[in-house]
Design a protein around this ligand. Structure first.
Ligand code: TDX
Length: 360
């Protein structure tokens, strides 16, 4: 991957990442800064889940340019695109937490739908004004989720051909953004690639999603909320493997194509939580068994039963496969959180979130 990046991103290539203060965006920014000589323009609204500690920690030789911009503001977005003058755009900025979209769908419609529209319009104007050679190489990569496909029963997997059937406000706004991106390709010829990933996990994830939330609860001996009966299944993808896939798809993917990226890590929530408890027992035996902390709580409204991704297309076409097993990725993620308790406290305090139940 490292040689690959240097081969395709010549020094000075201008890469615009929206949402580079987020969990997946941050991982992508770090990779671009450490494994290529690209100039990285990070457009982030610096919302509750944005944090730049991981980027500030690395020596990036002044190639990281942070623009505090909310994509909902069309004029600021256009101005930032002009300044960044990008050759490649990764669009990750979004509101992403399903539970928050139940309590407050408004922010999701604005950020994910209007924000994507403003970005597309700004990028289209920029792309059309580029000189021939840069215009031919230009790409816009939209990062989306498997939730746009809805909920699976106990068998089958999502593929690039699966019909859209979003069921949460969050998923509906991401589906809308996918459709906008696809329309800008078909109507205006904007050179796009789109990816739909499964649930990511790894270091630096804001502790509101299942895995970091359970870890922070278990570390402090608080009860661990398991929605419904814990039988819902997710397909877990280690964030660094996801970033490998994003870079391959952006650089080598076919224009107009979407690629599904899954982790080969299907587990029920109960299995995930119990495994985390086992790992905690080894690291914090005085509080064992941590499974005593698990508490079944009322289910999420409209809770999707199962997500599963068939990654054959990206594997066969682009040669991607995940490098981390779920178990090893989970253990290293847990150890990372145990070593970064002050960071967890800092981001939770700043966001005014103490791990309470939302979206019930
Ligand atoms: O406290 C909890 N207890 C619990 O049982 C939380 C926060 C979650 N859950 C369950 C709900 C889900 O079945 O765990 C599962 C995972 O929940 P989340 O981490 O909230 O993720 P999910 O709802 O699956 O959505 C995720 O997948 C696709 C991400 O939040 C999205 O951003 C991504 O696009």
């Amino acid at each position: 991957m490292d040689n690959f990046l240097n081969e395709y991103l010549s020094p000075g290539t201008r890469v615009l990442v929206t949402g580079g203060g987020g969990f997946i965006g941050g991982c992508l920014v770090r990779r671009l800064l450490t494994k290529s000589n690209a100039q990285v323009f990070n457009l982030d609204k610096c919302g509750y889940a944005s944090d730049f500690t991981s980027i500030e920690e690395i020596d990036y030789g002044h190639r990281h340019h942070l623009f505090r911009v909310d994509l909902v503001d069309g004029d600021s977005t256009t101005a930032a695109i002009k300044k960044a003058d990008p050759d490649l755009v990764f669009h990750l900025a979004a509101e992403t937490h399903v539970d928050r979209s139940i309590d407050g769908p408004n922010a999701f419609v604005f950020s994910n739908v209007i924000g994507t529209y403003n970005l597309l319009e700004g990028v289209r104007t920029h792309w059309q004004s580029l000189p021939k050679q840069r215009k031919e190489l230009f790409r816009f990569h939209h990062i989306s989720t498997d939730e746009v496909f809805g909920s699976l029963g106990d068998s089958g997997s999502f593929t690039e051909l699966t019909r859209y059937a979003p069921r949460s406000p969050y998923a509906a706004t991401k589906a809308s953004s996918d459709h906008l991106v696809s329309a800008w390709h078909h109507t205006f010829g904007l050179p796009i690639v789109l990816t739909n990933c499964s649930n990511n996990f790894g270091p630096w994830q804001f502790p509101e999603k299942l895995i970091p939330l359970v870890i922070t609860k278990a570390m402090t001996g608080q009860s661990i909320p398991l929605y419904g009966d814990g039988s819902n299944v997710r397909d877990w993808l280690f964030v660094e493997d996801h970033v490998d896939a994003l870079l391959l798809a952006a650089i080598k993917g076919r224009l107009g194509q979407s690629y599904c990226i899954g982790g080969f890590g299907e587990r029920s929530n109960k299995q995930v939580v119990e495994l985390l408890c086992e790992l905690m027992d080894e690291r914090q035996p005085e509080l064992a068994p941590h499974t005593d902390l698990i508490k079944l709580v009322s289910d999420r409204p409209g809770h999707d039963h199962r997500y599963s991704i068939d990654s054959v297309c990206i594997q066969e076409e682009l040669g991607w496969k995940p490098q981390h097993t779920f178990e090893l990725g989970l253990a290293s993620t847990l150890d990372w959180y145990l070593a970064h308790i002050p960071w967890c406290e800092k981001v939770l305090n700043r966001a005014g979130y103490a791990g309470e139940r939302i979206g019930a």
